[in-house]
Write a protein that binds this ligand. Structure first.
Ligand code: NI
Length: 169
């Protein structure tokens, strides 16, 4: 089931998410829905708070579902390592229509559980490292806009407020 994606300003996007306990049927359904919602958007990553569930789960697939091994599901992820710096344009399904350059680690190693509860560790470089960091931020109640400073951020927030007032956000 495709779930509605929350947008900048919706509370769950701006609050830290909680650790997942038992991987219940409800959690399995949530993960299925997150994958379906990500592919339908289409996007390369989605975190549970984006569909209004304040839990530490994210899904990433740089191949948009084209490669069998492309899908990564993380439950209660943490960073083991992060190094280097990359500067690229970034966007978010929860901030549609806006992009900004964000500094991210060039490499990131994430450890967490997969949807079966098995421990998994994945190393990402370049875009995958960026996606990991972006989705992890969602679990901490942060959007990429929170990593953009100054006039650029103010301009985007101002435009969103305007859209919001006009009922178009
Ligand atoms: Ni995002």
């Amino acid at each position: 089931m495709i779930r509605p994606i929350l947008k900048f300003g919706d509370t769950p996007l701006h609050e830290p998410a909680a650790e997942v306990g038992v991987l219940s049927d409800e959690i399995q359904k949530l993960i299925d829905d997150m994958i379906e919602t990500m592919y339908a958007a289409p996007g390369i990553g989605l975190a549970a708070p984006q569909v209004g569930v304040p839990l530490r789960i994210f899904v990433v697939d740089l191949s948009f579902g084209r490669d069998a091994g492309g899908l990564k599901v993380f439950v209660n992820p943490v960073f083991l390592e992060r190094d280097g710096v990359q500067l690229e344009e970034e966007g978010c399904l929860s901030v549609p229509g806006f992009n900004a350059t964000v500094a991210r680690p060039q490499r990131a190693v994430v450890k967490g559980r997969d949807r079966h509860g098995d421990e998994c560790t994945v190393e990402g470089t370049d875009l995958l490292a960026r996606a990991f960091q972006h989705e992890m931020d969602h679990l901490d109640g942060k959007l990429f806009l929170d990593r953009v400073r100054g006039i650029k951020r103010d301009l985007i927030v101002k435009k969103i407020r305007k859209l919001s007032r006009a009922g178009k956000w």
